[in-house]
Design a protein around this ligand. Structure first.
Ligand SMILES: *Cc1c(COP(=O)(O)O)cnc(C)c1O
Ligand code: SF4
Length: 425
């Protein structure tokens, strides 16, 4: 099977396009001018039930919906797009304005986490937590399909100021060489698996040499397993890819494949199962992570079904995230209170093998903050919270509390109980 991409330009060539109402087509065009839109033939032919749109979870995951922009912004973009007197410049400036409203770089990503080497910023690298460095390969800043909720959307819209990726000298290698405290390197994007095997090797193979013996885990963060499983079964260079995975594992390091899977429907095809087996046959461990999203997976049964199936396939459930404060956050957000209830109920319905998953967790400025429970202290209802990861590693795994707030959707909405403030600052 050959990958075929559908974007705003060629959407109409898909037979499924006829099934969309005029309102849906308009929404794709309007919202898709602000946020990146792209799906592929595998996703639309195998993962979406076209008799159940617009509610189908993978349809919501990949096709823009009207509610993904505020009503005001939607109307503004629609007006400028459909007004025949609009110039290209009018359209571009409106889109630019609306994008700025969507908080393109949340949690101080660009300002606080870019490391320096000899006083120069190391491009395409984030180093937030002591042991793990994130690398954004410049050739991996695309995906096999785009998720409508994606917090990495600024990577895909071609705006150089918003984009974040490695330079051609691969300075990240020097950075890693000099930082012996780093044990894990996580290649992310975009999707690093969009690269061909040769390119993947050029980024990862240097790490197998002696100078990098402190790096014990190489991670790949990817949605390819569910968006394009042929990457591991049929693509031209698949043999070379699997051999390379095996080589990493035989070198004494471990390759960890961090699969992004939002819904059990993404795990139904034979191609998916075959891809999982092929990756595992190289000694690679697959773990799964995903955000909790309204319209897509905001009920406990979806999660317990997903985790059970993953464990059955040998995939280790790892993180459940709370949707970040960027992009179409309003459309997808679930309150922290509901998120906790969903997690709790889902965990109760799986065996201990699936209770490896931690969450619901917010990737916020101080670190990954997990809602650990809802309880009462001195007669007051509170959230029990915990840092799963922290910039300041002394804060990891220490409980702290915030006043219960039924509507809160993010850490910044919470009022911490007084003496907790010192945890962060
Ligand atoms: C989640 C995350 C990591 C990896 O954390 P682990 O808990 O080791 O999986 C690294 N860097 C950033 C910025 C992260 O958000
Ligand atoms: S696959 Fe990952 S990076 Fe790509 S659009 Fe989806 S969430 Fe974003």
């Amino acid at each position: 099977m050959k990958i075929k991409f559908y974007t705003l330009k060629n959407m109409e060539s898909s037979i499924h396009f006829n099934k969309l109402s005029n309102d849906q087509k308009e929404a794709i065009k309007v919202v898709g001018s602000v946020l990146p839109f792209r799906v592929n033939n595998y996703v639309i032919d195998n993962l979406i039930n076209w008799d159940d749109i617009p509610n189908d979870p993978v349809f919501q995951l990949t096709f823009m919906q009207k509610g993904m922009l505020s009503q005001e912004n939607y109307e503004k973009v629609k007006d400028v797009l459909y007004n025949e007197n609009s110039t290209q410049a009018d359209i571009a400036s409106m889109i630019f304005k609306v994008r700025k409203d969507l908080n393109p770089h949340p949690a101080g990503q660009l300002s606080q986490n870019v490391p320096k080497l000899d006083d120069m910023e190391v491009e395409g690298v984030q180093h937030k937590y002591k042991e793990t460095v994130l690398v954004f390969p410049s050739s991996g800043q695309l995906c096999h399909a785009y998720c409508t909720f994606c917090f990495r959307w600024p990577q895909f819209i071609g705006d150089k100021d918003l984009k974040f990726s490695t330079d051609k000298d691969m300075e990240y290698l020097n950075y890693l060489k000099e930082n012996k405290g780093v044990t894990d390197v996580l290649f992310t994007g975009g999707d690093p698996m969009i690269m061909n095997t040769k390119m993947i090797k050029s980024y990862m193979e240097p790490l197998l040499s002696e100078e990098y013996s402190h790096i014990t885990n190489i991670r790949i963060g990817s949605k390819s397993l569910s968006y394009w499983p042929s990457r591991f079964t049929q693509d031209n260079d698949v043999d070379e890819l699997l051999e390379f995975f095996q080589k990493i594992n035989q070198s004494g390091k471990r390759l960890a494949f961090m699969a992004h899977i939002n819904h059990p429907n993404e795990m139904k095809t034979e191609e998916f199962v075959k891809a999982v087996k092929n990756i595992q046959s190289t000694g690679t461990i697959i773990r799964s992570q995903a955000p909790l999203l309204k319209h897509i997976n905001d009920d406990a049964e979806t999660w317990s079904t997903m985790w059970k199936r993953q464990v059955q396939l040998g995939i280790i459930p790892y993180y459940m995230f709370v949707e970040r404060d960027t992009g179409p956050k309003e459309y997808f957000s679930v309150s922290l209170s509901d998120a906790y209830e969903i997690y709790q109920k889902a965990i109760q319905n799986v065996s201990g093998l699936a209770r490896t998953v931690r969450g619901p967790s917010m990737s916020a400025t101080p670190g990954k903050v997990c809602v650990d429970g809802i309880t009462t202290i001195n007669g007051e209802k509170v959230f029990a919270l915990k840092l799963l990861q922290a910039r300041n590693s002394n804060a990891v795994n220490r409980p702290f509390f915030a006043k219960y707030d039924k509507e809160a959707t993010w850490l910044s909405d919470l009022e911490l109980l007084e003496d907790n403030d010192k945890l962060f600052f």
